[in-house]
Design a protein around this ligand. Structure first.
Ligand SMILES: C[S@@+](CC[C@H](N)C(=O)[O-])C[C@H]1O[C@@H](n2cnc3c(N)ncnc32)[C@H](O)[C@@H]1O
Length: 316
């Protein structure tokens, strides 16, 4: 199985991270190591890269891609929510830059056979980390209708969440739903024909995305990660987050804004009396998006949004 992925906003991320010789950088989402390779080339000589991925296949691929730099890199199979303990184990106190490129790699979608795509009939798995226990099949077959509806509505913004949840529960009476093909059929039958005809996306798109987010607890992990990551940045260090989903980007936008706030006083007070100090400053108020040229070459990049923040000097 080939490991494929085209890095999104690669040059922009590397430039925004201020990569330079001697720096210590973390790539929290190694994938095919495209970003990592570009980073590592800029931080040599003297730099170090910590690369994390929860998918062991990405670690194997990164080991090949980065083999020329093996004495300066540490590859770790873990969830990036555990960044503090990963750094502590490596005896690293603070780092100069952190990159997070959320979502799935092309390999995971097209070649992993783990049911991330509705284009093929595969087991309903959707785990990025095969060591975790909850699969998409477990959620589909064991959740009550309200939970299924909530997952489809909240994570997939699926208008027909209630109908789809109802059809799944009905279909479960005949036996477990174990393959993506069965789920696609149920979804297609649940969505009114007229609505499906008007839609520009495949009827299963939103449900599949919602299930993937639920299986990998993607939003919860991102929220828990952000504060911990900022705490491990050296003064002047930067964090760069690329997201592909409005719910992820909303979390990043709000958390960054909150941590960059200069004053926590009530709006009613005429002057600031708080001693609050912002943890970070926003490097650009507006998010960075791929150029038209990048989207033309790599259409999957079209929904990417990158936000960057810099750690303030006196808040170590
Ligand atoms: C979009 S790909 C990264 C591609 C990479 N930047 C490149 O240039 O090749 C996202 C990767 O992040 C990993 N990932 C997603 N969420 C993660 C998490 N919470 N912890 C660790 N790895 C995660 C996925 O397994 C996947 O390999």
């Amino acid at each position: 199985m080939p490991y494929q992925h085209v890095s999104v906003l690669r040059d922009e991320a590397v430039s925004m991270l201020n990569c330079a010789p001697g720096k210590i950088m973390v790539d929290c989402t190694l994938g095919g190591a495209g970003h990592s390779l570009a980073i590592v080339e800029k931080i040599m000589p003297g730099g170090a890269l910590v690369g994390i991925d929860q998918d062991i296949k990405a670690i194997e691929k990164a080991r090949q891609v980065l083999s020329a730099y093996s004495s300066n890199i540490h590859l770790v199979h873990d969830n990036f929510v555990n960044l503090p303990s990963v750094l502590t184990r490596l005896d690293i106190d603070a780092v100069d830059g952190i990159l997070v490129d959320l979502g799935l790699s092309l390999y995971q979608i097209k070649f992993s056979g783990r049911g991330f795509t509705f284009a093929e009939d595969q087991p309903l798995d959707m785990r990025m980390d095969a060591d975790t226990t909850v699969t998409a099949a477990a959620i589909v077959n064991e959740s009550d209708p309200d939970t299924l509806e909530r997952i489809f509505r909240e994570y997939g913004e699926e208008r027909w969440a209630k109908r789809i949840a109802g059809r799944i529960v009905e279909r479960r009476r005949q036996g477990e739903i174990v393959k993506t093909g069965e789920l696609v059929e149920i979804i297609a039958a649940a969505i009114p024909k007229a609505a499906a005809a008007k839609s520009r996306i495949h009827p299963a798109t939103r449900v599949f995305m919602a299930l993937r987010i639920a299986v990998n607890r993607e939003l919860e992990v991102l929220e828990r990660f952000l504060d911990k990551a900022i705490d491990r940045l050296a003064p002047g260090g930067r964090i760069c987050i690329i997201s592909f989903h409005s719910l992820e980007d909303r979390i990043v936008k709000h958390r960054f804004r909150d941590m960059a706030e200069e004053c926590k006083c009530s709006k009613e007070l005429p002057v600031c009396i708080c001693t609050h100090k912002p943890k970070i400053k926003l490097v650009s108020r507006k998010p960075i998006r791929p150029s038209e040229a990048e989207v033309r070459i790599n259409p999957m990049s079209r929904s990417a949004v990158m936000r960057i923040a810099e750690k303030m000097p006196d808040t170590v």
